[in-house]
Ligand binder design. Structure first.
Ligand code: HEM
Length: 184
């Protein structure tokens, strides 16, 4: 049941309609991305810090906040460069980000609104800087692709763990989920 990151990326690109034109506009705006990454990180962590549960996670380890600020800047910039033109390396990095969040126990209820903050703050900054709407659209798409990786990691990790521990088949597992939903 575990995904192959590059194939998943290709599937999401197709589904979301992330085109070569989107990639071109992101690449041509990579300097803007780099210049604004730190401010976006400030908005992002200010949002997370306002929530009691997320703040506790962020401050659970010495130096974590500082590390996170740096990793966010890198993550943000990579959306513009595509790392290896949104291929194998990009997919692997995004899959790893998903796994890190599952391991720490950060649930989708935290991740989805957090990505909305990024999309919203980016939109505001782009309007302030009088940037083309096509850049905002391209960024919105790549943010959703990155979000899909984090969300999918939850499903993949939990179902793989259950299948491994129990020896159940995938078909049986899906049937049990469907039965469980019916009884809710
Ligand atoms: C838009 C959603 C998010 C993005 C794009 C994002 C981005 C990242 C990245 C790039 C990393 C480094 C992963 C690696 O080492 O490969 C990371 C780790 C981490 N993230 Fe997120 N994150 C998101 C949501 C959240 C939320 C909602 C929390 C809640 C507190 C959170 C807390 C953390 C923590 C604690 C780590 C590990 C830090 C460490 O100890 O090294 N993230 N995140």
């Amino acid at each position: 049941m575990t995904i192959e990151p590059t194939a998943f990326l290709a599937k999401m690109e197709k589904r979301i309609g992330f085109t070569v034109d989107d990639k071109a506009i992101l690449k041509s705006s990579a300097d803007w991305g780099k210049a604004n990454a730190s401010v976006m990180a400030d908005h992002f962590y200010a949002y997370l810090e306002r929530d009691e549960e997320m703040s506790a996670i962020l401050n659970a380890q010495e130096g974590r906040m500082h590390r996170l600020h740096e990793t966010f800047i890198q993550w943000f910039h990579e959306m513009f460069t595509g790392v290896d033109d949104w291929s194998e390396k990009y997919a692997k990095i995004r899959w790893h980000i998903g796994l890190v969040h599952v391991k720490i126990g950060i649930a989708p209820q935290h991740v989805v609104p957090a990505m909305a903050v990024v999309v919203n703050e980016v939109g505001k900054q782009l309007r302030t800087d009088d940037k083309a709407e096509s850049l905002q659209e391209a960024l919105g798409k790549i943010c959703m692709i990155d979000l899909a990786f984090i969300e999918q990691a939850y499903v993949e990790v939990s179902s793989s763990a259950v299948l491994r521990e129990t020896g159940w088949s995938e078909a049986l597992f899906k049937r049990l989920i469907a039965t469980g939903v019916s009884s809710m």
